[in-house]
Design a protein around this ligand. Sequence first.
Ligand code: F6P
Length: 521
Amino acid sequence: MALTASGEWRKLLELKNHRETFHLADLPARELCAEAAGILLDLSRQRLDDEVLAALIRLLEARGFHEARAALWRGDAVNHTEGRAALHMLLRADQGDAVGTMDAREFAFRERERMRAVAEEIRSARRFEHVVHVGIGGSHLGPALAVDVLEHAMPDTSGPEVHSASNTDPAALMRLMRRLPRERTLLVLVSKSFTTRETSLIGDALLDWLSAGRERAAVLREQVIAVSANTEAMNAAGIPAGRQLLMSDWAGGRFSLWSPVGISVALRFGWEAFAQLLEGARAMDRHFLEAPLDANLPVLLALAGIWNINFLDARSHAVLPYAEALAQLPAYLQQLEMESNGKSVDRDGRAVDYRTAPVIWGGVGMNGQHAFFQQLHQGTDLTSMDFIVAADRGSELPQLGDCLAANVLAQAEALMRGRDETRARSEDGDDPLRAWRLFPGNRPSSMIVPARLDAFHLGALLAMYEHKVFTQSVVWNVNPFDQFGVELGKSIAKRIEPLLQGAATDGVDAITQRLIARLKR
Ligand code: F6P
């Protein structure tokens, strides 16, 4: 049955209508928390009560959640438009875990072992001081985030420093090439398809740079690692077989940090750190699979999102880490959530009549407080929020860590409670600026508290979001594992690129023609 016609959906609409005047400030103090894999999720500031939560769980079950999750774990072709499984959980599984088909398992464990051997060999040779990790989207965001988090958590690492090159911005690449010593730089080329134009252009430019005065074949042999599912293309590019690490078509780019895509993490911080990242994600996988739905972190996060988006009309969702280490998390989650569930056609090819993925955005919370929080507090649109703060912020500079914690708690409280006329009057008497000093409050937020920001907890945090996205896709009945929406622009860019190099622009859209004239070299 269509989602919006189902009894479970209509029940939720009814509950919403009965709660028109509901305000979070009126809620008695309550505890709506769950914990797993060292992460506390506190939903006490969501506009949910027990009755709504129970109705959301009934909706999820009625949408076939239990069977959908089982199919995901079995390795069925849940990515039905591309006829593929989605087995990112296998990338962090142990031999004894029941996930995926025999073939997939054999592939995953073999490639993990090869990746470990290559990473350890390179680290122990100590030739390289720098790694340039070339890749974009899922081939960039996860490794960049993980490297950043571990730079904060493991300052004493002995591995090569990791730099990212994802954007074909000549200035950015030139800046990198000016800084790095050729002889001591390793190139890690990551592209699942190995056909992404941006990645191959950057890879070629860096190879030319590394090859100055040397034989290209020697550079390919000694200073390059490639990670891809496309062996043929890696061969054609001249990458020696021993320097090729394989991905499979059953793990999507945005779910691939756990595969050899994450080799830069292992090169910089060592295999044990990478294994801890996998272990944290695996702990969250087990929790997602085994915990009851009303105590299941990814499920609760997903259902709070459904309530906010589909029933309370929240148009955007802000990710607000109170930790510099997680500065890249909003960008990572933008891809994970918006590329997965930013769809308007369901699994059966029908246009949906409900909202799916909202706009995901955000930034480091403390800095945001002095910038965009004004709109969160007093703007006209409702934005839901995830606040993220580590329980253990280290023993150094403790006052700074306390200031951080005080601020995240204060913001969540202020956004929930607001400041109404009565309170303003009692606090400020006859304030001529009262109208501008009122806060509506009632802004829903989740507080996410990892025990600390290390490899294990980062793994658990990211896996939690992966499963949140999957759970929401089940309710919305969309395929979270394809991304046809990125293709149209890519094909037009392919047509436009030669025009910038002088090819005739006949037949090209007039606006584009005018801008080509302006942008031509
Ligand atoms: O254009 C989108 C996309 O296909 C993402 O899904 C993917 O993560 C990224 O491009 C990079 O793709 P590849 O790893 O094949 O270079």
